[in-house]
Design a protein around this ligand. Structure first.
Ligand SMILES: Nc1ncnc2c1ncn2[C@@H]1O[C@H](COP(=O)(O)OP(=O)(O)O)[C@@H](O)[C@H]1O
Ligand SMILES: [Mg+2]
Length: 231
């Protein structure tokens, strides 16, 4: 039993009229704490569906998802929301920061909504942002940030609750090559030093060198790939 993420024979079907689309076909994967895994594959192959199921945003039609030793299909909806909030950090494309919140508040907004921002939360957020090179941007708004800074803010936001699992869907999609490398190197560093189980979906094969394992998604099927076989 891993303290990270273990998915066994997960399938996802969508019903479209009389047709049944198999978006995920008996996908199995195990990601240990400190491990950084990449998933590559063509558009429409099921990568986002897979990440949504791994992050408990979407329910699998079949199969088992074990997160930190817990079968998420057995959790109540309260326990599931709690799990999503505390054990899963999502990093999406740069655009999903809240436009009217400054960098520090991007990290504190969820705590603020639940009405309890402690002084220690603020200290933790500031320390994390400093570590990610954003110490002088705490009061900056998304429109004032570069693409790389936005993505580093998104990484900090994914890490703030110290989740067991990090899921990144095309985190470098809007970045130039240099920034893309910086961002993925940073994710890799945080994953390893903080012992996160991490999965990154990417189209950019040059970024695979930062990952420990590479999987390929094709027609909803996931298989382990060799770095040399990725062209
Ligand atoms: N909500 C949905 N309803 C019906 N079909 C969907 C839905 N979401 C995704 N699909 C289909 O599932 C397949 C996988 O989609 P997706 O996971 O988004 O792939 P990727 O992220 O690799 O591009 C595609 O054929 C897509 O059209
Ligand atoms: Mg996708």
């Amino acid at each position: 039993m891993t303290k990270g993420l273990q998915i066994t024979a997960a399938s996802k079907y969508y019903n479209e009229g009389l047709n049944r689309i198999t978006a995920l076909d008996r996908v199995s994967i195990k990601v240990e704490p400190g491990e950084f895994v990449a998933v590559v594959g063509p558009s429409g192959s099921g990568k986002s569906t897979f990440l949504s199921i791994a992050g408990a945003l979407l329910k699998a039609s079949e199969g088992e998802i074990i997160l930190k030793g817990k079968d998420i299909s057995k959790l109540s909806s309260n326990e599931l929301s709690d799990m999503r909030l505390h054990e899963i950090g999502f990093i999406m494309q740069a655009s999903n920061l809240v436009p009217y919140l400054n960098v520090l508040d991007q990290l504190l907004v969820v705590k603020r909504m639940s009405g309890k921002v402690r002084a220690s939360d603020k200290t933790t957020a500031i320390r994390l942002l400093e570590e990610l090179g954003l110490g002088d941007k705490l009061k900056g708004y998304p429109e004032e940030l570069s693409g790389g800074e936005k993505q580093r803010t998104a990484i900090a936001r994914a890490l703030i609750n110290d989740p067991a699992v990090i899921l990144a869907d095309e985190p470098t999609a809007s970045l130039d090559t240099k920034r893309a490398h910086e961002v993925v190197a940073l994710i890799a560093h945080e994953v390893r030093t903080r012992g996160k189980a991490a999965i990154m979906v990417t189209h950019d094969e040059r970024l695979l060198t930062y990952c420990d394992k590479i999987y390929r998604m094709e027609d909803g099927k996931l298989s382990l790939a060799e770095l040399e076989s990725i062209h």
